[in-house]
Design a protein around this ligand. Structure first.
Ligand SMILES: [Zn+2]
Length: 278
């Protein structure tokens, strides 16, 4: 199995104090999201390959240096693949990106428009998209909502990526969390573009939304574009796998349509790394 969505960071070094406070409020209790390597590897035991990134988004107080991600993944070569962070609102973002890829040998790029406060269609992004398309680098982007108060919801909409994909048809991209709660909007965007995918990370704990998304994906025939991810440390692997496997449990006693067991197996066993060209 493969996991396309995990984070590494040190909360005290990489999050602004206000961001830590908002995270605690969103959970309802104080939580330290710092990722410890041994705990991370234990959680990743079921996976052969894992994509790992931090986050660069100055507006909302996230800044994980690419060196930190590169050092983290170097502890398990062949299993962990790091992505460079990119915040195109900040000075020097292209130099940083080139160094992350060519100097630190990271395997793709992580963006977070809602966290950093930019429209995915912003002209400042063109250099990033062109570079990634030319170098065969996949982009993982946050899509959908978040709890941070300064994050503009207008930049979270999955449809914004449709225009990017029209302009860069060979650019491989993953829209994270199937754009929750705009899941159907995300499904129709990935349906249009052969190189666009969505990851199902951190959705299982809203089972009704998760179920409806999977049924919509079945009906739109885009199940083959859904990639498995967990969003560690926000969600753990055993819970994420069980949440997918047991998504039909709440239907007991109803005539509601079921998510096909065969398709669930396909999501869990998908060779996402090949689809993303890693
Ligand atoms: Zn994430």
């Amino acid at each position: 199995m493969q996991n396309v969505h995990t984070h590494t960071w040190n909360q005290s070094d990489h999050f602004a104090p206000e961001t830590v406070r908002e995270t605690d409020v969103s959970r309802g209790f104080p939580i330290d999201l710092t990722v410890q390597f041994d705990a991370f590897m234990a959680d990743m035991a079921s996976f052969d390959k894992v994509i790992v990134f931090g986050m660069k988004a100055r507006l909302n107080g996230y800044w994980v240096p690419d060196e930190y991600v590169a050092e983290f993944v170097a502890r398990a070569p062949g299993k962990l693949y790091g992505f460079a962070g990119c915040d195109p609102t900040q000075h020097g973002y292209m130099e940083e990106l080139r160094y992350g890829i060519e100097g630190l040998h990271l395997s793709g790029v992580k963006m977070g428009p809602i966290y950093a406060g930019f429209d995915p269609r912003d002209p400042r992004c063109d250099a990033v998209y062109a570079y990634c398309q030319d170098h065969g680098l996949p982009i993982m982007t946050h899509s959908g909502t978040t709890f941070n108060s300064k994050a503009p919801l207008g930049f979270s909409r999955p449809w914004l990526w449709d225009e990017v994909a029209i302009k860069y048809p060979n650019l491989r991209m993953v829209l994270a969390h199937v754009g929750h709660p705009f899941c159907e909007e995300c499904l129709v965007v990935i349906r249009k573009h052969p190189h666009l995918f969505a990851d199902i990370s951190a959705l299982y704990y809203r089972p009704w939304q998760f179920y409806n998304m999977l049924i919509a994906a079945q009906e739109y025939k885009v199940m083959h574009k859904l990639l498995f991810g967990t969003d560690y440390p926000f969600a753990l692997s055993p819970d994420s796998i069980a949440g997918l496997r047991h998504v039909n449990d709440m239907l007991a006693g109803t005539a509601l349509p079921r998510v096909s067991a065969h398709v669930i197996d396909e999501i869990l066993n998908r060779d996402s790394f090949s689809l993303l060209g890693i």
